[in-house]
Design a protein around this ligand. Structure first.
Ligand SMILES: Nc1ncnc2c1ncn2[C@@H]1O[C@H](COP(=O)(O)OP(=O)(O)OP(=O)(O)O)[C@@H](O)[C@H]1O
Ligand SMILES: [Mg+2]
Length: 112
């Protein structure tokens, strides 16, 4: 299992949710974050205006998926989140050792 963490523009959350459900994901976690990348938050546009902040609002989407789903989901996320402008976001992939569905006690991929 892998955790895919996608940090995206807030306005991309709704289309991202739809695309990920369409792609068959079983669950996702979403949080509002602030951060910066290579430009340190400068020269980035947020909702059409240049922000003079060095922390830019973003949304973090986390998905835990089977290993074989990772590449397809990276393609899906990129196809929705990419505008081609700085600040489109980033995707990180980490290994996940275990998952447990608390209600049933199922483990591993069966718990996803
Ligand atoms: N190395 C990193 N570690 C942790 N979070 C990061 C890292 N790089 C970017 N982020 C997060 O991703 C968000 C979006 O980053 P961003 O898309 O600006 O990356 P970038 O490397 O500057 O690429 P670009 O040049 O396309 O803007 C940041 O606001 C921050 O929350
Ligand atoms: Mg950037």
């Amino acid at each position: 299992m892998k955790r895919i963490t996608a940090i995206i523009r807030p306005e991309m959350l709704e289309p991202m949710k739809d695309a990920l459900i369409e792609a068959g994901v079983h669950g996702m976690s979403v949080s509002e974050i602030q951060g910066f990348g290579k430009q340190h938050g400068w020269k980035e546009y947020y909702r059409g205006t240049e922000v003079l902040l060095n922390m830019v609002p973003k949304v973090r989407v986390e998905l835990v998926v089977a290993d074989g789903e990772v590449e397809g989901l990276i393609d899906t996320i990129c196809s929705v989140a990419k505008t081609g402008e700085v600040g489109d976001g980033k995707i990180f992939v980490d290994p996940v050792e275990e998952a447990v569905r608390i209600r049933t006690g199922e483990r591993g991929e069966a718990a996803l």
